[in-house]
Design a protein around this ligand. Structure first.
Ligand code: DLL
Length: 442
């Protein structure tokens, strides 16, 4: 294990490899991964069909010759068709939470678990975690990768874990206070639920030691971060990952807040047009495609994440030269096409939170009463700006509708709700309620 710290906020010296060094490591690991993938019948068949041999990969750019892998490929090979080692070598299984049907199962060897802990340690340290800190983990512990992934990451840094797990918000607050946690780890929407409860229970900031929040697992906006940070005095940083490629630890923000650094010595990332499957130019929004190049149990080649984001290159103030990703703008399968306009729920969140008086609790409801889609944005009014004067509420509604129109180009109907009307989330939030399919099924 590396000794903390090489430099402030750098956990592992490999985080500051130069571009040339990153490419050299990627090349070696990509070829090694190809070799490991020949143990997987799915990949062996694809390599045969495409006429691929090791020598077909002469540089990292040749990755485009390799087959893409999709969620349905994993589902078709459920549960362990992608296993590249013997079951004797597996020490852990996790899985992704599919909305329908069975989860996709991921396997880890001991070396995979150690790698994963180190990857999580890297983004925790880059976001400000230190070994003397206490960290409350409010992610689910189970098949979901959030709880165990971050747990091992925090321990790897040498900080102390309070494994509170998700849910029971009152108990979370009690533990935050009693254990004097310096940091919390959860989804942004659960952080919002906790922070709201801290506010409504009128807990004084001085009773808490909380300084940092490591948030990930779902899309959120800069406006949501501002709302969290201004309510209680914490620094919230963003981290991204997905079970299929390892879990959390794929990329994370440093304190410069200039995008999430990809851990490129262990993953190769591409950004493609989801329709043409061709690479998009740097700085353009596209679907992230990620290959894991160090995993033993289940290496994955060119996984189509469905996550839409933008990639940036260039040296960051923190000293890392890795590619950085923007916030996830949405998932290509979450994109709403309303009156021919493509919009993501995150754009609606951005619009809502730019208006004073709109609370960050909202829901987007889709209906199709006849042939056209109808969209309603239901949003809670901030407790401090709730008014019994009709004119105030009409004006607030109009301001929100204008903000949405400015960002999406669409006039959507807004419904204002009293505080605490909408469901609160302990894990990933469900923002879009799509009643269209239900109507069709009737
Ligand atoms: O959510 C892994 C994770 C746990 C990441 C905890 C960070 C913290 P899955 O359950 O497989 O794995 O879901 C992966 O969640 O494809 C994204 O759509 C979304 N996602 C994860 N992190 C972020 C983020 C975990 N920071 C899916 N911003 C991914 C936006 C995120 N979306």
């Amino acid at each position: 294990m590396p000794h903390y710290p090489y430099k402030p906020f750098i956990w592992d010296k490999n985080e500051t490899l130069s571009r040339d060094e990153i490419r050299a490591v990627q090349f070696i690991r990509l070829r090694e991964t190809m070799r490991r993938c020949t143990a997987v019948p799915f990949y062996r068949k694809k390599f045969d069909e495409l006429g691929l041999e090791f020598d077909s990969i002469r540089s990292v750019d040749d990755i485009v010759k390799l087959p893409l892998t999709t969620k349905s490929d994993l589902r078709d090979n459920y549960p362990l068709g992608f296993l590249a080692v013997s079951r004797d070598d597996v020490v852990r299984y996790h899985g992704s939470t599919g909305t329908t049907g069975k989860p996709t199962i991921m396997a880890y060897t001991q070396a995979d678990i150690e790698l994963w802990a180190n990857l999580c340690a890297r983004f925790l340290v880059s976001g400000g975690l230190q070994s003397h800190h206490t960290v409350q983990i409010a992610f689910g512990y189970g098949l979901f990768t959030g709880g165990f992934g971050l747990h091992y990451g925090v321990e790897c840094v040498g900080a102390a874990v309070v494994p509170a797990a998700a849910g029971n918000t009152k108990r979370q607050i009690m533990l935050l206070k009693d254990m004097q946690a310096d940091a919390m780890v959860c989804t942004p929407s659960y952080a919002l639920t906790i922070v709201d409860a801290i506010k409504s229970e009128k807990i004084d900031q001085s009773e808490l030691s909380l300084k940092l929040a490591f948030l990930g697992g779902e899309p959120w906006t800069e406006q949501m971060r501002e709302s969290l940070e201004s309510t209680i005095n914490i620094k919230g940083s963003n981290n991204y990952g997905l079970s299929e490629v390892i879990g959390p630890g794929v990329s994370g923000e440093c304190q410069s807040r200039s995008g999430m650094h990809f851990q490129e010595d262990h993953f190769i990332v591409e950004c493609i047009d989801p329709d043409t499957l061709q690479p998009v130019p740097e700085g353009t929004q596209g679907e992230l495609v990620i290959s894991s190049i160090s995993r033993e149990a289940m290496p994955i080649l060119r996984y189509r994440t469905r996550d839409i984001a933008v990639l940036y290159s260039g040296r960051c103030d923190c000293g890392r030269e890795t590619l950085r990703m923007s916030r996830v703008i949405g998932r290509s399968d979450d994109m709403l096409i309303i009156r021919g306009v493509n919009i993501f729920p995150s754009q609606i969140e951005e619009a809502l939170l730019s208006v004073e008086g709109a609370a960050p609790h909202y829901q987007i409801v889709l209906d199709r009463p006849k042939t056209l889609d109808e969209v309603k944005v239901r949003v809670e009014v901030d407790r401090n700006l709730l008014s019994d004067k009709m004119i105030d509420m009409v004006q607030l509604k109009a301001r929100i509708e204008t903000a949405i129109q400015q960002i999406t180009g669409l006039h959507l109907q807004v419904e204002l709700l009293p505080p605490m009307t909408l469901e609160r989330y302990e894990g990933k939030a469900k923002r879009v309620i799509d009643n269209r399919n239900l109507l069709e099924k009737k």
